[in-house]
Write a protein that binds this ligand. Structure first.
Ligand SMILES: [Fe+2]
Length: 434
C-alpha cells in the first residue's frame, strides 16, 4: 500500500527517486497521475532524462548548403546547428565564451561566423574564436584565442534526422536507436526526404509525456477522441485504428503500424527509389501502410497518415517534438517531411493533407490538445489525494507477442494494447532511478 500523505516538495531528490521506484509499476500497468504534474519529478527529468539522452534537433535538409545554420533548444539550452564550409554539421552552444551572451538570435540563416552582440567577439561556424575587437591594444599578447572556442555539443544523424546530446558518455546515436532503426528507415529513409518550410511551433498547457504516450501506443483513443472523422465518413469505421501492429524495442521506443491498405498512398513514380532504399520486407510494409505513429524516446513523435484528396490517397509524413517548457507546458514543434523527388503537385497535396489533419488548425491535432491540457490540469497541484491516483495501463497484459512479424522488436498483432506505453515508462523509470 502506497503512503498517502506524500509531499514531494518536502522530500529530498533521493527520497523522491525512492518513491518513484515504489509507485511507478509499468510491469503491472500502474502509472501514477503525479508524474504528469509534479514539479519535483519534472526537475529530476531534466537532469536524468533530457540531459542524458539523444534529443531531436532538426533535419539535415534544413541546412543543405555550406554555412547554413538553425538554432534549436536542446534540454533548455540554445544550440547553433551549423554546416561548416567543409560540409560537416556541428552543434555549438549558443553562448559567447567571453561573457555568456547569446551569440545568435535568429532561428535560421547562412553565416560563416557569428559576432557576439555584447562585446563583438567573433566565432567561426566551426566554433573557433577568430576575432576580438581591439585585441592587441587592450589585451597585448596575453589573450589566447584558441582557448576561447565555443563549447560543442555532440550531434549525430540517422537518415537525415539530427539529434544532439549534452552527455559525452551517451552511446552512439545508432546504438541508442538500435532495432528501431528498421522502422525509422521506412519513415525517414525510404527515399531522399526534405523538410518543407520552417517547422510549425505552438505552445500547449500539457506535460510533455502525454504527447509521447499518445503517439507511442495509444491507438485506442482514435475511436472516441477522433470519432467525428468516422461520422464524417473520412475513415471506414470507428474501429479503423485497431487493425495492424503495435511494436516496441529497447530504450523506450515504440510505434503503431496501421495495415493493410489496399491502395498505395505514396507517389507511384518513386517505387524504384523506395525499393533501392528499403529491404523487401520494409518495402512490403510501405506498400501496405495505412498509417504509422510512434515515438523515439524521449520526445520525438512521428507520423505517416493519409487523406483522400479528389479520389487519390495522399500520404503525409511528419515528425514532432514535445519540447518541455515547464511541468505543465510544452512547445509542440512539427516538421513536414516529403519525398524530395516527388512532383511539386504531389508535395503540395501532401502538405495540404498534413495541414488538414495535424497542425494547430488540423482536425486531429485540435482533438488531441484538448485532451492533453485537461489531463495535465487534473494531474497538477498539491491536492492531497493526487499521490494516490494511479492510471490503468493494463490493456494487453495478458497477450503474447506475435513471433511471425517480419520486423524487429516485441510485436502485437493489433494496435489496441498498452505494451508500448508500459515500455516507454519502464525505460523512463530506469533513467529516473539510475
Ligand atoms: Fe489523437
Amino acid at each position: 500500500m502506497l503512503k498517502t500523505n506524500i509531499n514531494l516538495e518536502e522530500m529530498s531528490q533521493k527520497e523522491t527517486i525512492e518513491y518513484l521506484k515504489e509507485s511507478v509499476q509499468p510491469e503491472i500497468g500502474a502509472i501514477p497521475a503525479y508524474l504528469l504534474g509534479d514539479p519535483s519529478v519534472y526537475e529530476i527529468e531534466h537532469k536524468k532524462v533530457f540531459l542524458k539522452t539523444w534529443l531531436f534537433v532538426g533535419h539535415e535538409s534544413e541546412i543543405p548548403n555550406k554555412n547554413d545554420f538553425i538554432t534549436r533548444d536542446v534540454a533548455g539550452y540554445s544550440v547553433i546547428i551549423s554546416r561548416g564550409a567543409d560540409g560537416e554539421i556541428r552543434g555549438l552552444y549558443n553562448m559567447c565564451t567571453h561573457r555568456g551572451m547569446k551569440l545568435c538570435r535568429a532561428d535560421a540563416g547562412n553565416k560563416s561566423s557569428f559576432t557576439c552582440p555584447y562585446h563583438g567577439f567573433n566565432f567561426k561556424n566551426t566554433g573557433d574564436c577568430i576575432g576580438v575587437p581591439l585585441q592587441k591594444d587592450i589585451y597585448g599578447d596575453e589573450l589566447d584565442k584558441s582557448r576561447l572556442g565555443l563549447y560543442k555539443i555532440r550531434v549525430e544523424s540517422y537518415k537525415g534526422l539530427l539529434f544532439g546530446t549534452w552527455n559525452n558518455e551517451a552511446e552512439a546515436l545508432e546504438d541508442f536507436l538500435g532495432e528501431f532503426k528498421w522502422y525509422i528507415d521506412i519513415l525517414a529513409g525510404r527515399a531522399e526526404m526534405e523538410v518543407l518550410g520552417p517547422p510549425q511551433r505552438f505552445i500547449i498547457h500539457s506535460n510533455w509525456k502525454i504527447g509521447a504516450d499518445n503517439f507511442v501506443g495509444d491507438s485506442y483513443h482514435t475511436m472516441v477522441t477522433h470519432g467525428s472523422i468516422a461520422k464524417l465518413g473520412m475513415v471506414p469505421s470507428a474501429t479503423y485504428s485497431k487493425k495492424g501492429y503495435q511494436i516496441y524495442t529497447e530504450n523506450g521506443h515504440g510505434l503503431n503500424l496501421g495495415t493493410p491498405n489496399p491502395d498505395f498512398a505514396f507517389p507511384e513514380e518513386l517505387r524504384e527509389e523506395y525499393k533501392s532504399n528499403l529491404t523487401d520486407k520494409q518495402y512490403d510494409i510501405l506498400c501496405n501502410l495505412k498509417n504509422m505513429i510512434g515515438n523515439i524516446f524521449p520526445n520525438l513523435s512521428f507520423l505517416i497518415s493519409h487523406t483522400k484528396i479528389k479520389g487519390q490517397l495522399i500520404s503525409n509524413t511528419s515528425v514532432r517534438l514535445w519540447r518541455p517548457v515547464d511541468v505543465d507546458k510544452m512547445e509542440v514543434i512539427t516538421w513536414f517531411l516529403v519525398e524530395k523527388n516527388a512532383s511539386e503537385d504531389w508535395k503540395r497535396r501532401s502538405r495540404e493533407s498534413f495541414v488538414l489533419t495535424f497542425s494547430p488548425s488540423g482536425i486531429f491535432e485540435q482533438d488531441d490538445t484538448e485532451v492533453f491540457t485537461d489531463i495535465t490540469a487534473a494531474a497538477s497541484g498539491a491536492m492531497p489525494l493526487m499521490k494516490q491516483l494511479t492510471f490503468n495501463y493494463t490493456m494487453g497484459l495478458h497477450r503474447k507477442p506475435d513471433k511471425d512479424f517480419t520486423g524487429p522488436g516485441v510485436v502485437f498483432d493489433d494496435k489496441f494494447t498498452e505494451a508500448s506505453q508500459r515500455n516507454f515508462y519502464r525505460y523512463w523509470l530506469d533513467l529516473m532511478t539510475k
